[in-house]
Design a protein around this ligand. Structure first.
Ligand SMILES: NC(=O)c1ccc[n+]([C@@H]2O[C@H](COP(=O)([O-])OP(=O)(O)OC[C@H]3O[C@@H](n4cnc5c(N)ncnc54)[C@H](OP(=O)(O)O)[C@@H]3O)[C@@H](O)[C@H]2O)c1
Length: 327
């Protein structure tokens, strides 16, 4: 195995063109980590935020972008007992996925589900960890509840629609075109709202309000989300594509006993992420193996074309996930 590797680095904060192919040292595992030979790396919006200089890697993490990958374990660090060389895994990464090799805590790896190829497996970790922890653990979604997820055609949205549908929630979603809305319905949404032609507040209020909303848009969606919630409803914020600052009348929160919360995955502790991985293995991996849910993959780019993949993602023309073919 070579001591060096090909990777894509962020040369400076900026647009997609700041992503460049480079040669780096292959990472060594710390205690409790494995090194994976990357087959595919998932591309996510947070990678674009990092590239733009708005989402710094946590202390000790690789400066290379890439929060998830699939591949084969090639080195096992001290103290790792769950994985051996040759195992096929998909993994949540602290960073560094846009590279031929990446190191990550062994406890953040999951087996490639039966019957799934490596490209699909690379689509799983970032969105499934995020959706499981925010919709089910933090948001407490229950069967029969009305659930609204914004950005239904995103990697996060396509995952949230399927998981919420399979547990028996009633799923409402927003997306920016009729084509995207049709795909969301195919994935299990009861109602997909084209936000360019229809007001989601009206739709949800007519239904009695949402028990839970998962939002990545923010901006003027925040007061509109509050108006769309049923009494005792919960709003979970995972990003602010339209900005985090807004004027909000908190009397609604008090009078209707609403809960507003949120989280980001990347800065959480290794132990917290390992607990999410355990929950996914128990609750979600059997659904993937049985084909009851599946990642929605839009397109595949070569590692050297990471800039093109980012430009495409930021055009928002995609439905589901974009991956980079590495190995
Ligand atoms: N908190 C966390 O831990 C965490 C983890 C992962 C991702 N995230 C966040 O979750 C969001 C989705 O991530 P992803 O990787 O699944 O993204 P993605 O596939 O790139 O999808 C984002 C989609 O959001 C829709 N959108 C709605 N309003 C928008 C606006 N004002 N600006 C841009 N797009 C808008 C777009 O589709 P249409 O407008 O056409 O409907 C776009 O395709 C991102 O904001 C990401 O940062 C958060």
């Amino acid at each position: 195995m070579s001591e060096s590797m090909q990777a894509v680095e962020i040369t400076e904060a900026g647009g997609p063109d700041v992503l460049r192919l480079c040669t780096r040292r292959r990472p060594e595992p710390r205690a409790g980590e494995v090194v994976i030979r990357v087959a595919y790396a998932g591309v996510n919006r947070p990678d674009a935020l990092q590239r733009a200089g708005a989402y710094a890697p946590p202390k000790g993490a690789s400066d290379l972008p890439g929060l998830e990958a699939s591949g084969e374990v090639v080195i096992v660090g001290d103290g790792v007992t769950d994985w051996k060389v040759g195992d096929r895994v998909c993994a949540l990464l602290p960073g560094g996925g846009y590279a031929e090799y990446v190191a990550t805590p062994a406890a953040h790896c999951l087996p490639v589900p039966d019957g799934m190829d490596m490209a699909q497996a690379a689509c799983l970790p970032e969105t499934f960890f995020t959706v499981w922890s925010n919709v089910f653990q933090r948001g407490g979604l229950q069967a029969g509840e009305r659930f609204l997820v914004h950005g239904g055609s995103s990697g996060i949205g396509t995952t949230a629609i399927q998981l919420a549908n399979v547990i028996g929630a009633r799923v409402f979603t927003t997306a920016g075109s009729d084509e995207k809305c049709a795909k969301c319905v195919e994935l299990g949404a009861e109602r997909a709202i084209n936000y360019k032609t229809e007001d989601f507040v009206d739709v949800l209020k007519a239904e009695g309000g949402a028990h839970l909303i998962l939002d990545m848009v923010g901006g003027d969606y925040i007061p509109r989300n509050v108006r769309s919630l049923a009494d005792d409803g919960r709003l979970v914020q995972i990003a602010f594509l339209s900005g985090p600052k807004v004027e909000l009348n908190f009397a609604h929160v008090m009078m209707r006993r609403l809960t507003i919360t949120g989280s980001t995955l990347r800065p959480q502790s290794d132990i917290a992420k390992a607990a999410i991985a355990d929950a996914l293995l128990q609750n979600v991996w059997p659904l993937l193996a049985a084909g009851r849910i599946a990642p929605v993959m839009d397109s595949e780019y070569a590692l050297a074309d990471a800039a093109k993949a980012h430009a495409y993602m930021e055009s928002s023309a995609h439905i589901g996930k974009i991956v980079l073919k590495v190995g």
